[in-house]
Every structure is written in C-alpha cells, then in structure tokens.
Design a binder for this molecule. Structure first.
Ligand code: MF3
Ligand code: CO
Ligand code: CO
Length: 250
C-alpha cells in the first residue's frame, strides 16, 4: 500500500531531507585517511541530536549503529567500527537517515579517500550519473520501470552491473514503505508514479558481477567477486502540482 503525502507533509519531510544533506556535507569535509568509520558515525550522531533529530538506522531491525559506512567492495549496510580505518585510495559510501518530527530523510554519497584509482573514479562517476538520470525521468504518470530502465541502460553501457537485491523505496513516517524502486527494469512497466508519492532512488553499481553476499554480521552486503561497488541516494517527492522535488538537497 502506497501512503501518499500532502504538500504540508512534504514540507515536513524537507526538514529531515535538508539535515541529511547537511550531514553528508559535513562528512565530506571530515573524510580523510586515518579516521575510523566509528568516527564518522559519532560525528553524524552528535550533529543529528544537536539539530533535534534522531538516527533511523540505530536499532532498526537490530542494526547497531547510526549510519551505514560501506567501503570498496561493500555494496551497502556496512557497520561503522572503531577498528576500521579509512586509507588512501578507498571509496566509501556514507548513508544517513535522520528523523525530524517523525519524518525520515534518506540520502547517501560515495566519497574518495585521498587520491583513488582511475577505475574507482569511473565507477563512482557512473553511479552518480545513474542517480541523476533516474531522477530526471520521475514525473506524475511515469512508471517505476522507467527509472530502472534508464539506470540499467547507462550502467551497462559503462560495462558495469546494477545490484538487484537492494532497491529504492517509499519513505515517510516509516523508513521503508511501498513502492519498491528497482534500479533495473523495462520502461513502461511497473507501478505508476503519482502526485503525493515520496520515495528514494539509490542505485548500487558494481564494477563486476551484480550479485551480493551478506557477511556473518547479518548486515554487511559485499560484492560476490570482491570488486568495487558505488552508490548515491536521494529522497524525492512529487508535489500536488506535479513538481518533482529532491528533498535531500537545498
Ligand atoms: N539507509 C538505507 C537505505 O537507503 C537503509 C539502512 S537500514 C540499516 O534504505 F538498518 F542498515 F540502517
Ligand atoms: Co533508502
Ligand atoms: Co539510505
């Protein structure tokens, strides 16, 4: 069941969205070789609280930390740890989901740690472009498959593959609502997008095989072949006038 939002509710969601944006800007300026993923977690947790919010991932279905930190071959849901340190050449996705006034704002970016390889840079650029292209096709009356198709086409043209196991999602007072938004698919297929819908697009793009494996911690998803994975995420709304708004950006 898709829970549609009024413009007033979307205004409320914008507050959480803007905090997600601010947090990721802050993380961007903080990332450098030698810090731990726990340091990033603590920074986000502290600022989220200071702004009157809380972190949705913490204790979500048992997730133990406030953000996800996914380095190199980690596709998503990496768990921050005081013993995992960033090193020159890593790529790291930081995924934040603050809650403000009961509404969620979900966004992630993949950052470079110092200077990275040409391969890593190309993959990350592709993942960013996949998100941008997905956003461009969002409008009242479009289909969920239109988003997946444009992302899959672009990624596969770059000779990368799109992760299937994790998808974008409706979002509001609940972290993960209907509909699911796959980042692969066929144009013209799937549920229709409509005014009042709020959802994420969050393509995970793999250098090699799209398949993932979950580590024994029950969360960390890694690429099957150990190659790199990159991801970007925004939360989007379709307003009552049909305008599409990125809630997790100013
Ligand atoms: N933020 C992730 C998403 O984009 C979900 C993280 S769930 C957690 O949907 F439990 F791992 F935090
Ligand atoms: Co999400
Ligand atoms: Co997220």
């Amino acid at each position: 069941m898709i829970i549609l939002k009024s413009d007033k509710e979307i205004d409320e969601m914008k507050k959480a969205g803007l905090l997600a944006w601010e947090l990721l800007d802050l993380v961007e300026s903080f990332i450098k070789p030698g810090i731990s993923t726990q340091d990033i977690n603590n920074l986000v947790e502290e600022v989220t609280k200071k702004k009157g919010g809380r972190s949705a991932p913490l204790n979500y279905k048992g997730f133990p930390k406030s953000i996800c930190t996914s380095i190199n071959e980690v596709v998503c849901h990496g768990i921050p740890s005081p013993s995992v340190f960033l090193k020159e050449g890593d790529i790291i996705n930081v995924d934040v989901t603050p809650i403000i006034n009961n509404f969620h704002g979900d966004s992630s970016r993949t950052f470079f740690v110092g200077k990275v390889s040409e391969n890593a840079r190309r993959l990350v650029d592709c993942a960013r472009k996949c998100l941008d292209l997905g956003i461009e096709v969002v409008k009242d009356g479009a289909r969920v498959g239109d988003i997946g198709a444009v992302i899959q086409n672009y990624a596969e043209n770059c000779h990368y593959q799109v992760v299937r196991e994790f998808v974008g999602h409706g979002i509001g007072r609940i972290f993960h609502e209907d509909p699911q938004i796959p980042h692969y698919g066929k144009a013209g297929k799937g549920a229709r997008l409509s005014r009042g819908m709020v959802f994420t697009i969050e393509p995970m793009i793999n250098e090699g095989d799209w398949r993932c494996e979950i580590l024994s911690d029950g969360w960390t998803a890694v690429t099957y072949d150990g190659k790199l994975s990159a991801q970007f995420e925004h939360t989007l709304a379709i307003r009552s006038d049909g305008k599409v708004e990125i809630l997790t950006a100013p």
